[in-house]
Design a protein. Sequence first.
Lengths: 397, 86
Amino acid sequence: MKGKTAILEGSRAVAEAVRACRPDVISVYPITPQTHILEDLARFVSSGQLKSQFVRADSEFSAASIVYGASAAGARAYTASASQGLLLMNEVIYAMASTRLPVVLTAVNRAISAPITIQPDHQDTMSLRDTGALQIHVESLQEAYDAHVQSFRIAEDPEVLLPIFICMDGWVLSHSYEPVTVFPDEAISEFAGTFQPVQKLDPAKPLTYGSYADQDVLMEYRYALMLAQEKAREKIRSVTKEYKEVFGHFDGDLIDTHRTEDAEIILVAMGSMVSTIRAAVDELRAEGRKVGLVKVRTFRPFPEEEIIKACGKAPLIAVLDKSLSVNTGGILATEIKAAFYGNPVQPVIVPFMAGLGGKEVNRRVIKEIVDIACRAGDKQGPRGDTIWMGLDHGFFS
Amino acid sequence: MMDLLLGGVCKAGESKKLETGKWRSFRPVVDRNKCIKCGKCADYCPDSCMEIKEDGAEVNLYYCKGCLICIRECPVKAITKEVEEK
């Protein structure tokens, strides 16, 4: 299908997609760098372009609770947040996932205090990784648009029914301008369908949400989330495939790869950094270096099999992390190492902390990472500990 | 047992089936000869387990969690505790 290509701000691209998917209820509390999305959606509602209930909240906890209630009542519900706001939503997101409410949430990734910062990293959404919510990380504004259109279908599938986060790096994606192809609202709306709840709050047939469960079934409900995420794998594959057929765009399903065939070193990363790595990989390839890229698109469900398959026989993997589990290292790297446990091919996995708190990760830094990782076999090379790129060691003396 | 649906959702009123009395370590025992049927125990019981009958207070042991607030509030010390042995 032919769309209209325009130079859009990242937040606007998201708002365009959300408008076309026609959520019944929107509740968002402003927080940098998410606020432009809220402002655009509020403008769409006030001008009549979007017929949603736009509920103002007094905090992110309230905003999440409002969309929880809306979703339980059978409404298509949307919210967005960042950083501290996501942490404040944490308790509600757990409840949302466990009670199987398919709320769509834009997570504009921003580092966590203290010291207070508005720089982008993945610490906020990583803090919510165990809630049961699905997490898709996007690398470009086009993908942000595409992923939002896909998200309602994935989350609301009767076999999935889980909240979904579309994660996009603050500023780098939310506030930058790029050409984005936007499709007619009617076409998007048709693709996104409508939410058909399997159960909902109804005064005629009252239900209790958040009822009590003892030791006899609580574990079963947690396991049910594992099964639902497995179903989400298939759904993400089929929805992204269908999106490609209808709109001609494909940004990867669970992962995406770039020049991995015959690669001797593979870089693994998520989010906007992936775009920079693509460019760096092309430059290194031009110099004859056999470098490839695996983009982890869905952090939940985690694509172990896809990553292992994409890495093939590559002897060396460098993982670039923008989040930290204190005392164990980069969270993505830890999960990748776990994925390779027991695998017949055992590559050397070198974890890098790159971009935490908005520390610069440009093509030069990425090439440096490749050089350091390639020394993994040397005596003076890395030993498996996380390598912190750009860390000012003088800071600690 | 409560009949729970997808996501632990249940029909309204389903929690009536939840036997919270199983959580009890001590059981309140009412001495009907001392009970003056003032209804204070019923007023203070957080689980509405006390009912004032013709011959005195009666404990609903299906729901009573054994918090023993009734013993503390009884003005005539008509309620004592016994260890729950199961």
